[in-house]
Ligand binder design. Structure first.
Ligand code: SF4
Ligand code: SF4
Length: 433
């Protein structure tokens, strides 16, 4: 579906073949006070207080749920500081000075296999909620809410597809932590009393296929299998993955659980494993730093709260420093741009893409229909764009922009280099008014 450039393909392959560099000892870590799902927050600590790693230091409040804020290192609370969040907005971050002792909070414990076996689904859900587990593929959807479904689940899908160009953070996670992933999948299967799970990857990921073919031999009879799906974008979108892995076609807006399917990103599975096994929240994650604006693209394993400015020198700094840069958090198709490199890796930041700015000149629409043909949810982006330009609210609503998953394909394929996706985003806002 998407014609990627050789540069994207080569970079993705090269970076994905190298081990993730452990960068877990930054001097300062920064934790977002609030986020889109929980826009209010309170702090339980005051300036100068010592905190332990994994300690609950505050609470975010949202309309549907609250979310504990965990320290991701031990050290001293310095105060609030503004940095860019992945949503592109300047946001208050809790600044912790690392004491490099990594003193763990007393709430952490190791559960034995027998203790885990004895856990009920409600108990597992509570552990995951207390550990503030969310979708780490970028969705940030609270995991405990998924666990609360009372629908019968016939198959669990694990999303290791990572179909966006450039990003290989999950790729490295799958290669480097296969046993954490396998254990996490078993915990999820136990919670849902489900006897089948499929680890979904692109069929071209030969290295992952080799590792899991071997590892799965140790889990014979577990009901877990590898499922190789298509090599196109947006194969990782849950609707597309479910269709490829199970043959089930979800209706627009339909929940997978209605059809007996539950899906989790592979990083989320590792988060669930840590929560159930150790009561440990997500304090580390894999992140890809890449793009033609830096010298040496790399994968890192970092503490949540690491500043991107700490990682750039480890990538050899900027390539062509005189050129203006564009920063994208998340993939180039679905990520969000931020105005500077002063941004922080939150739990759901999968990648940072640094690009040398190229000024494309938009041409008039030639009505080629590429945007319509490429849209995976069968919208008419060009018509939506025209309706936005004329501020025709009724027509905008009729064109259903709220079904857009913001995959970016309409802009990517536009012959006239028009930022069609931006118009569809505007239409979504107008349709909600
Ligand atoms: S961004 Fe939205 S409108 Fe454009 S192709 Fe993707 S789903 Fe369709
Ligand atoms: S792809 Fe671009 S040029 Fe072609 S119809 Fe859509 S908006 Fe117009």
């Amino acid at each position: 579906m998407i014609a990627r450039t050789n540069h994207m393909r080569d970079t993705k392959k090269l970076v994905g073949s190298l081990p993730a560099i452990r960068y877990t000892k930054p001097k300062y870590l920064y934790l977002a006070m609030a986020n889109a799902r929980c826009p209010k927050a309170e702090l339980y600590i005051k300036e100068g207080d010592h905190v332990n790693s994994c300690q609950v230091i505050g609470m975010r409040h949202g309309p549907f749920f609250d979310q504990p804020i965990h320290a991701t290192c031990s050290g001293t609370y310095i105060g609030l500081e503004k940095h860019y969040h992945r949503n592109g907005k300047l946001t208050d971050f809790i600044k912790i000075e690392n004491d490099f002792k990594d003193t763990l909070d007393s709430s952490l414990r190791i559960r034995t296999p027998e203790e885990i076996e004895a856990l009920t689904k409600d108990e597992m859900t509570k552990i995951i909620e207390d550990c503030a587990s969310v979708g780490l593929g970028g969705s940030s959807f609270p995991t405990h809410v998924k666990f609360k479904t009372d629908k019968p689940i016939k198959v669990i899908l694990i999303n290791g597809i990572e179909c966006e160009p450039f990003i290989t953070a999950d790729h490295r996670l799958m290669l480097e932590f296969p046993y954490r992933i396998m254990e996490g999948i078993q915990y999820i299967m136990k919670a849902f009393n489900c006897h089948q799970a499929k680890i979904c990857i692109k069929s071209k990921y030969r290295d992952i296929k080799e590792v899991y073919t071997q590892v799965l031999k140790e889990y014979a009879g577990s009901g877990i299998e590898l499922c190789c799906v298509g090599n196109y974008f947006p194969q990782g979108w849950e609707v597309e993955m479910i269709k490829s892995a199970t043959g089930i076609r979800l209706k627009p807006g339909e929940l997978p659980s209605n059809r007996g399917v539950m899906n989790f990103n592979v990083s989320t599975v590792v988060g669930i494993y840590k929560a159930i096994r150790y009561n440990m929240p997500v304090i580390k994650r894999n992140v890809t730093v890449t793009g033609d604006g830096i010298n040496f693209p790399k994968n890192f394993r970092v503490r949540v709260g690491t500043s991107i400015r700490d990682l750039l020198p480890l990538c050899g700094g900027y390539k062509d420093p005189d050129k203006e840069k564009v920063f994208i958090l998340g993939g180039p198709m679905m990520g969000a741009s931020v105005p500077s490199d002063d941004c922080i890796i939150t739990k759901t930041v999968t990648s940072i893409i640094v690009l040398n700015k190229t000024n494309y000149k938009e041409e008039p629409c030639i009505r080629c229909g590429s945007c319509v043909l490429s849209c995976p949810v069968h919208l008419e982006p060009v018509q939506i764009m025209n309706a936005v330009k004329t501020l025709d609210k009724e027509r905008i609503k009729l064109l259903n922009p709220l079904r857009c998953i913001e995959c970016g394909l309409c802009a990517y394929t536009c012959t006239s280099k028009i930022q069609v996706t931006d118009y569809v985003r505007k239409a979504k806002i107008i349709a909600k008014l």
